[in-house]
Design a protein around this ligand. Sequence first.
Ligand code: SAM
Length: 281
Amino acid sequence: MTDWVQERLHRDYAQSLRVDRMLYDSETDHQRLKVFENATFGRVMTLDDVVQVTEADNFIYHEMLTHVPILAHGAARRVLIVGGGDGGMAREALRHASVERVTMVEIDAGVVEFSKEYLPAISAGAFDDPRLELVIADGAEFIRREGAAYDVIIVDSTDPVGPGEVLFTDTFYGQAKRRLAPDGILVTQNGVPFLQGEELANTMRAFRTLFADASCYLATVPSYAGGPMAFGWGTDGPARETPAEVLRGRFEASGIETAYYTPEVHAGAFALPGYVQKLLL
Ligand code: SAM
């Protein structure tokens, strides 16, 4: 009998992934954690049966949530990642030699320990990088503390159910803005607008009150089913006006090889279809 994991994140729509081999299935302090092998997606991690990351397609999500803000900013030295327990976001951020410090605030130590052992290809050594500061805490609690200012803040959280819910509040966004350095950029995992439009509309409403430049950009991640995924974008700086040739120069100077990100894809990702634009009004 072939097993399947069915993701029931959405009310009217579900996706299932075949389990070729279950590698781990247990409760952490915060959530039900599974890792299994799937012939198409490689190793898959789910939290409460919601796909978090897969070996095969995580490059799209992690490249777009790091290289877009870091290359648009142009001089990012300090990056904060809220969530990101699998280490993929840290992996991509640390590929920028110009980044001096990545602070990663993850609520669930179990996800980190576990990802190191069962998903080493996702973090690919990021946890051993001396520039990485790993903090086990609730991101909503961490962001309230006084402390360093960040050039880029990346919210790589679960969806707004369970421990991730606090990371989708006006309060959290307001406190995150307070922790941004001048011209700093806040980017967020904001779900699939075709199925989670309200989530994006709420984030954009909050960003419009906080930032001179509030928008989102898109990329399609196959395992985040339901169409293109949105990434919230908020800044008071000019980063979104960075000309394509400047992005191209910065990208080439970084020496980073990517499988999804290009400066042209970066610029194009902010061209929003009508149904998404409507969610920003
Ligand atoms: N790529 C995934 C997505 O788009 O749904 C997110 C990946 S990552 C595994 C999500 C991480 O957010 C998990 O490790 C989870 O433990 C963490 N997380 C959830 N709520 C959090 C909170 N309040 N503070 C810090 N980390 C949190």
